[in-house]
Design a protein around this ligand. Sequence first.
Ligand code: PEP
Ligand code: MN
Length: 491
Amino acid sequence: MTSPTRTPSASSPNLPSLDDAWSPDSWRTKPIKQDVVYTDREALDSAINRIRDLPPLVAPEEVDKLRDLLKDVSEGRAFLLQGGDCAESFDYCNSSQIEDKLKILLQMSLVLIWGMRLPVVRIARMAGQYAKPRSSSHEEIDGKKVLSYRGDNVNGIDPNDRDPDPQRLLMAYFHSVATLNHIRSLVNTGFADLHHPNSWDLGYVKDDSARDHYKAVINSMLDSISFMKTIGADQSSEVLKTIDLFISHEGLLLEYEQALTRKALNPAARALLGKPATIFDGVESPPFKPKDFVGHLRSWYNLSTHFLWIGDRTRQIDGAHVEYFRGIRNPIGVKVGPSMAPEELPRLLDILDPDNEPGKVTLITRYGASKIEKYLPAHIRAVKATSHKVVWCCDPCHGNTTTSSTGYKTRSFGAILEEIEKSITIHQNNDSLLNGIHLELTGDHVTECTGGSENLCEGDLSSNYRSFCDPRLNYLQSLDIAFKISKNYEN
Ligand code: PEP
Ligand code: MN
């Protein structure tokens, strides 16, 4: 069963203050939205205890590396590309789907680097993007009221499989591990080697001039790489051989997130002790005194992923999710939609970024193409009035979801592009900078969004509509977005 809000026993309002003690489970004292209620608490405890014993998925050093990169992004020295499925399904954990998603992210990033002349930080919505918030707890299927599908780590898409099952949390852990393992082996063995670029599939582009432009850009990029190879300028550079690719998901199921929250040496301590983050032996004994000093050497990291974000429905300032997120060292995102009151933003940033670290928080704005002008300027002004330096990232998908005349949940490429372009302009006009984009996409040739250079129309949606959550841009529509953004920045 799902319940909209679980109320804490402590009396409200219960705003976190910087001095309040934080622990990986302090979120349990706060009201929680989008909670999943398990009927079998024993089974839940047993699954969570097992996960608590399993090794972390990522290393603290990788989390800190992403923090440093996002600092560059927040200061305009790099651009963020974040993308992947709305909801991963356990079935997507196969080599071809993982490879296709990596390929589209890699190719989009190359197009962006080329056009913007900036490094691109890549974060996949992958290897853990299972839990979904829903606008209603129940839905009606064939005249029967059933619990809503909440993601593969909670229940099944099959209407007869909607009871939350704690075993699915363990399955989520192992599917994340398998996905990440394949990503790591691809990245480490030449999949992303720019000397051997993957094929660019432009066959579906309908407009000749668009195809000519895309081909010209791709050929220029490949020529430059080959020229560097010819003159030996790439010999000493690892940059062309592999890439950094980070993973992310919405931090929705706090029981799961808590189980993978681990204490590790932070960068200052690692530099001081010359040890990796997870090796802590002997540090707690002298000579590292006074006692308090030891506490400062270690930080809490969420090691289920590099980056995690709070959804638009769970970002209440006095709520459980904000409480959990304020204590972890990972870089974090917050979805920001029309319901965010501008005066709430400074308070939220004070809680989530108490040390004023540039790039610690990414604000992922998602208003809709017709609403962005109304909301974004006030949000930019509210942040500018603080000393927080955020990454401004545009999610042009979630405010532009509609239903087609044929009954499909869809998005139009035109509206998605319009929100991105308006976001770029609004930032410019407000003495700010758009630092990144966040997209729901897939590397396959699905037909879930209309438009793009392939001219998909509503009648085409039924031919390969596969999402059971939000509609995703397909391979070519995703490339289209990268080319269009890139063109915006060309001199
Ligand atoms: C999502 O990113 O899939 C999502 C649910 O977004 P939002 O929280 O912005 O609605
Ligand atoms: Mn979504």
